[in-house]
Design a protein around this ligand. Structure first.
Ligand code: 6R9
Length: 635
């Protein structure tokens, strides 16, 4: 019987055991069953957790774009590979078949080669969520160029820093991008970035918004005329299993961004395997992940995971609030989406709006709904489960990271019973452990600690581009011999994991370790509260005290703030205990968030401490203006 698909709970436990006891046999079988290889491996893995050196499927030869496209052509040539849903709902959606994708990627690959890009060169892709983004990525993979996708919302400083760090030779961008009712002039941002990035020789420009742009002679070229001339077939480069596939910079809360490097075969095998199981993927499903391809979630679950399985995947250019708050639900109905994968921050924003937006649409095509990016609080979990999943679709709360490449801990739909706010059980091959401050492994259940992974898995990042020492220090020294995730977690009585948030989000109040997430959950349950964030600030007696930044719902805005504060503290007291009561509450209209929806607590911490001197790198913030507002609110 195939190892690729987990059928039921008994089968899950069986597979899990196999993956732990005989990891070589387990991964050998999965890699062998489901992919096309030019040459198979000599050895399944060679790993060293001390030095942080990892190799999977040694000496195998493979090309991931061939696995995403070519091998499906015989059986699925006319099947839709990509549905493009434009920002403006009145613009027609595009259905790109596997045959068409082959042709488009081949043309792009030929253009890249003509423009001097060779195996191992780095190409920065700075594009909106349009089909060319997928095509450019796959074309890089096809010719062995290393893609470095930079989210098309980052500032010129952030773009330039990323280009320089990995010395990209080329940038692929567009004249502009649409986001809701705004148009953003991307090319202008690239022009600015390149003033400080002399390593870039060529810029290929996609026409999307018809915004006038300046084209620098000898450097900038319109892409379309080149594609029109290019041949529609191409030979894929033969890649070694450990040849780099891509670099992706993490939004890292401090210091210089980390260019996480992922390699070819291990990433391919584990991404495909997790897509199949975590989303219960079956032929003819239509999968929609709302992330941007500029994040790891988009890399693994808009592109590689779905295409490796021959699926139909949606690329959505727009935002959840445009033209109104029903856009997600409208698109689900329109394309008969079967799996919908989004982030808690989007859920919370939409749950704030009238239920009519959801109820206007029929969502019964859905089979599985998923969450990723941050802990999903109880209230958001239930709203999503009840109103989107209709209490019928398993909600998979998937925990993973840019560094892990693919999903690590998650329920498997129709297999693992879900439990609100719990990511539940590790996938086969993943061995999580909880560690205490003394670096000991915490055994047993109903415990919490720092989440580590004690055995390597195929899709783990191999290094930080250009800085292996930093890779080793960041992930493999806090708990020697283990990969440290930076997250805290608890394990309940049956062994389910709940990710409680970044360990650096723990505040120690009077000697008690308080995770910020459960306190925020308690606050968010107050009917007047939309969202909240907690940080610690120094306190003479308690060591630290809690400072809350709270966004009210519209209905709560007129309320007396003193009474509200009292009620909120009573709720916390009841749910967690008086120790978790807030010392300070500031009502705000927004929270500083990274573009992937993570609250930048570092900034809130500084504000709470009254230190307005240096907020560090804020170039990854979606809403930098809110920082000023919060600062002023405090003064
Ligand atoms: C995939 C992605 C990674 C960090 C991770 C954790 C948080 C992600 C989560 C979650 C609780 C989940 N995180 N998924 N926390 N429950 N289901 O988001 O990658 O952008 O690198 O962020 O996100 O704190 O360590 P990335």
């Amino acid at each position: 019987m195939s190892y690729y698909k987990i059928h039921d709970l008994e089968n899950y436990f069986k597979m899990y055991k196999k993956s732990v006891r005989e990891p070589r046999k387990f991964w050998d079988r999965i890699a062998d069953e489901n992919f096309v290889w030019y040459q198979k491996w000599d050895k399944v893995f060679e790993v060293d957790m001390q030095e942080a050196n990892f190799k999977w499927f040694l000496n195998a030869k493979v090309n991931i774009s061939k696995n995403c496209i070519d091998r499906h052509l015989a059986k699925r040539g006319t099947k839709t590979a990509i549905i493009f849903e434009p920002n403006d709902p009145s613009e027609q959606a595009l259905h790109i078949s596997y045959n068409e994708l082959y042709e488009r990627v081949s043309k792009m690959a030929n253009v890249l080669r003509d423009q001097g890009i060779q195996k191992g060169d780095r190409v920065c892709i700075y594009l909106p969520m349009i089909p060319e983004l997928a095509v450019a990525i796959l074309a890089c993979a096809r010719i062995g160029a290393i893609h470095s996708v930079v989210f098309a919302g980052f500032s010129s400083t952030a773009v330039s820093a990323r280009i320089n760090d990995s010395e990209c030779k080329m940038v692929i961008t567009s004249d502009g991008s649409y986001r809701g009712n705004k148009t953003i002039d991307l090319k202008v941002i690239v022009d600015e970035a390149l003033e400080k990035s002399p390593c870039v020789e060529k810029v290929l420009v996609v026409k999307r918004t018809n915004t006038p742009v300046t084209m620098k002679e000898g450097r900038d070229i319109w892409l379309q005329p080149l594609l029109d001339e290019a041949m529609g077939t191409s030979v894929a480069e033969i890649m070694d299993a450990e040849d780099p596939l891509f670099i992706l910079y993490t939004s890292g809360s401090t210091g210089k961004p980390k260019g996480m490097l992922h390699t070819t075969a291990g990433y391919m095998v584990y991404t495909a395997y997790t897509f199949k199981n975590v989303f219960n993927y079956e032929e003819n499903d239509v999968f929609w992940c709302t992330a941007d391809i500029g994040w790891i979630t988009g890399h693994s679950y808009i592109l590689y995971g779905p295409l490796l399985n021959g699926a139909t995947t949606v690329i959505f250019e727009g935002v959840p609030s445009y033209p109104d708050f029903s856009r997600f639900w409208e698109v689900i109905q329109k394309h008969q989406i079967t799996q919908f994968y989004t982030a808690p921050t989007a859920i919370r924003a939409l749950a704030k709006e009238s239920l009519d937006y959801v109820q206007k649409f029929t969502l019964n095509s859905l089979k599985v709904i998923g969450s990723v990016g941050e802990p999903i609080n109880e209230e958001a979990w239930h709203w999503y489960n009840d109103h989107v999943g209709g209490k019928r679709c398993p909600l998979v709360d998937t925990w993973w990271q840019t560094e892990t490449g693919a999903i690590m801990i998650s329920p498997i739909p129709f297999v693992t019973p879900t439990k609100p706010t719990y990511a539940s059980l590790p996938l086969p091959g993943i061995q999580p452990v909880l560690m205490d401050e003394l670096r000991n492994e915490i055994e047993g259940n109903q415990v919490n600690g720092s989440l580590c992974i004690k055995f390597p898995w195929p899709s783990m990042a191999r290094t930080i581009w250009g800085d292996h020492q930093r890779y080793k220090e960041t992930y493999f020294t806090a708990f020697p011999g283990k990969y440290f995730t930076g997250d805290g977690a608890l394990r309940d009585e049956v062994g389910y994991y709940r990710i409680t948030g970044r360990v650096d989000d723990v505040v120690i109040v009077s000697g008690h370790n308080l995770g910020t997430a459960p306190i925020e959950d308690a606050i968010n349950e107050h009917p007047a509260v939309a969202e909240s964030a907690i940080v610690g600030f120094p306190h003479d007696i308690k060591g630290n005290a809690l400072y809350a930044f709270i966004i009210l719902k519209e209905s709560g805005e007129g309320r007396d703030k003193t009474n509200l504060s009292k009620e909120i503290n009573e709720m916390i007291s009841n749910q967690i205990g008086p120790i978790a009561k807030l010392d300070k509450i500031q009502f705000v209209s927004g929270l500083p968030k990274t573009r992937s929806g993570k609250i930048m607590r570092r900034i809130l911490r500084k504000i709470a401490e009254g230190d307005f001197s240096n907020f560090g790198d804020t170039s990854t913030l979606l809403n930098p203006e809110i920082v000023e507002e919060i600062k002023e609110g405090k003064l």
